[in-house]
Write a protein that binds this ligand. Structure first.
Ligand SMILES: Cc1cc2nc3c(=O)[nH]c(=O)nc-3n(C[C@H](O)[C@H](O)[C@H](O)COP(=O)(O)O)c2cc1C
Length: 181
């Protein structure tokens, strides 16, 4: 029997969403997401991650233009979405950077954001494909633009907004998770 509550519902119902309405995040939604990022656990509580919530479409479009110039495509993930910008037209993208850290800390933080988003009625998609931007000459420009110190590296991003599609659920392997008694 699966135990159902608001938290498990958010976990079970989250899906990657790549179409969004133009509705912006409310200040309450943003504040809640920022607290979810802050509350993420980290190894030895070092809190190595720093996060930038970009809510300005002009900045996201400029970042996408640099990304496209660099790699020659918007996003390679799924052909259906190839006309979308790398941030998938969401009204906000949170970008996580860290200093000298295991990427596990950033991974935990991004999942906190994905589940929190679902829990407050929003949708999201985790974005790694933007990473080459920060490994290129554009990286310095964007770290400066986002007020991120030079010694931080980009780990992961997540686009968040009000979803505007209901894709079929992605299948999961049935034999990967076992109990050893
Ligand atoms: C580490 C990580 C990186 C990802 N990067 C991208 C990405 O760059 N672009 C994208 O469209 N989806 C990206 N995704 C979303 C995955 O494709 C998606 O989670 C997976 O297909 C399972 O689908 P679901 O999230 O709907 O369950 C990423 C997911 C993870 C966990």
């Amino acid at each position: 029997m699966i135990i159902k509550n608001d938290v498990t519902d958010a976990i079970f119902q989250r899906q990657s969403i790549r179409e969004y309405t133009e509705k912006k995040l409310t200040p309450e939604e943003l504040e809640t997401l920022m607290l979810a990022a802050k509350k993420a656990p980290s190894a030895r509580n070092l809190q190595p991650c720093t996060v930038r919530f970009i809510t300005n479409k002009a900045i996201l479009d400029e970042m996408n233009a640099d990304f496209k110039e660099l790699v020659g495509y918007d996003t390679p993930a799924y052909s259906r979405y190839q006309t979308n910008p790398v941030y998938q037209n969401a009204p906000a993208m949170a970008m996580i950077f860290s200093e000298n850290a295991s990427k596990i800390d950033a991974g935990i933080m991004v999942e906190n954001l994905a589940i929190c988003a679902k829990g407050i009625g929003l949708d999201s998609v985790i974005i790694l494909s933007i990473a080459p931007l920060f490994e290129s000459p554009y990286g310095e420009k964007w770290k400066e633009r986002l007020d991120v110190s030079e010694n931080y590296v980009f780990d992961i991003a997540i686009s968040i907004g009000n979803g505007d599609e209901k894709p079929p659920e992605k299948p999961r392997f049935d034999d990967r998770i076992k109990i050893i008694e």
